[in-house]
Ligand binder design. Sequence first.
Ligand SMILES: [Zn+2]
Length: 109
Amino acid sequence: MIVLHCPWLHVSGMALWPFILIRDREGMSDASLILHERIHHRQQLELLILPFYLLYAVNYAINLVRYGSRLKAYREIVFEREAYAMDAKEDYLQQRRPYAWLRMFHMKH
Ligand SMILES: [Zn+2]
């Protein structure tokens, strides 16, 4: 994991394995933001990187049609649902089951 400070980023953080890009300097020491992006790294490795981005984009597009809101479409992507649900749990990655995001397809919200 390599954390980079990227002031030009349009979002607060982004995971591009093996990099984590963080927009604001304060974000570099934000434990839940870093954990959020590390969860995405785990998801990316499980899908051998490129298919992750493909599934992410397809899930977003389907959600956009379904919800008609960009924010809701983003937050309901299964990878984001797992990351947002777990990014405050410090030890999450130690106890996480492989492909945990799959369960988010079924979980009520
Ligand atoms: Zn995310």
